[in-house]
Design a protein around this ligand. Structure first.
Ligand code: NCD
Length: 300
């Protein structure tokens, strides 16, 4: 990721060295309170709900000295029937330096990106991927462990509908971490990938893992037909005081947010000293700042 990168949508072509370079820019960015205004405009185009991702791009953009504008779905012409493609081509015609786009359609950014003059970053795309979330999660692990150690990451819950999990399958393999999944069978669907282990019991998975990464149930991406998987997740795959006894003392608990309390995890799990959730949010700002600075050629 550098000033020649036009689009950051997935991990194709990204190397371990790229990731480490980005992390060192993030460490430097953390020490800067505010850079002087630079001649770049950042557009945040969020057509699906967001709290952490949109605000952290905005906070990071302001600290970098960018001018920021926002478009959210409720106020956009997508509501009048305009396609996302046309919306992006029109915003691009206004000449921003960089667009961050979140939307719900599978694999659309890859097709649109080459047609834009502005640079583009995925802010989360359908179930396809959420690469900056995966990067900030790995940055959080890297900082908590003071470098890359061998990790075994257990991804828990609604894996098949999670764009965060899909990005992690690519990034964690690139870093060399082992991955396993665990959750209601209906929500796994990755049995064919021989690189990913599967635990049918949460306790066994937690004994194996060094990182327990829970995911939000993606209700908005489920079929309307009633499913028993929700109850199964709460009864058998919830992170709570009892299940977390199986995770080692130096293990970590993570969740990309938003958490449904008492569904994926309980208050005790969120307040456990091993829980990194707010560190993930904090690292989101510096990781996204570092990525934007690198792509826009802003020296930090
Ligand atoms: C995730 C997302 O929107 O993909 N949240 C986030 O960006 N922090 C996960 C989710 O919504 O479940």
């Amino acid at each position: 990721m550098n000033s020649t990168t036009r689009a950051f949508i997935d991990f194709e072509g990204v190397t371990l060295e790229d990731v480490e370079t980005l992390f060192s820019v993030a460490h430097r960015f953390e020490k800067h309170l505010q850079l002087p205004l630079v001649p770049h405009t950042l557009g945040l185009i969020f057509l699906e709900p967001s709290t952490r991702t949109r605000c952290s791009f905005e906070v990071a953009g302001l600290k970098l000295g960018l001018r920021v504008f926002n478009l959210e779905s409720a106020e956009s012409s997508v509501m009048k029937g305009e396609s996302l493609e046309d919306t992006l081509l029109n915003l691009d015609a206004m000449g921003p330096s960089l667009l961050v786009v979140r939307h719900g359609t599978k694999e659309l950014l890859r097709e649109i990106a080459p047609r834009l003059k502005s640079k583009i970053i995925s802010g989360g795309e359908g179930i396809t991927g959420h690469p900056t979330q995966a990067l900030l999660d790995v940055l959080t692990i890297y900082r908590a462990r003071k470098g890359f150690k061998k990790e075994r990451v257990l991804i828990i819950g609604d894996v098949i509908h999670s764009r965060v999990a899909h990005s992690h399958f690519d990034l964690l393999h690139l870093i060399g971490f082992e991955i396993a999944v665990c959750g209601p069978r209906e929500w796994l669907g990755i049995e064919k990938d021989s690189r990913i282990k599967h635990f049918s019991r949460l306790e066994e998975g937690l004994q194996w893992a060094t990182i327990a990464m829970s995911l939000r149930i993606q209700k908005e991406r489920h079929d309307k037909n009633a499913s028993s998987s929700f109850e199964e997740l709460v009864s058998s795959f919830q992170l709570n005081a009892k299940s977390l006894r199986h995770l080692s003392e130096d293990g970590f608990i993570m969740h990309p947010g938003p958490v449904n309390r008492d569904v994926e995890m309980t208050r005790e799990a969120m307040e456990d000293s091993r829980c990194l959730i707010l560190k993930q949010v904090n690292n989101g700002v510096i990781l996204r700042g570092a990525l934007m600075a690198s792509m826009l050629g802003i020296k930090i």
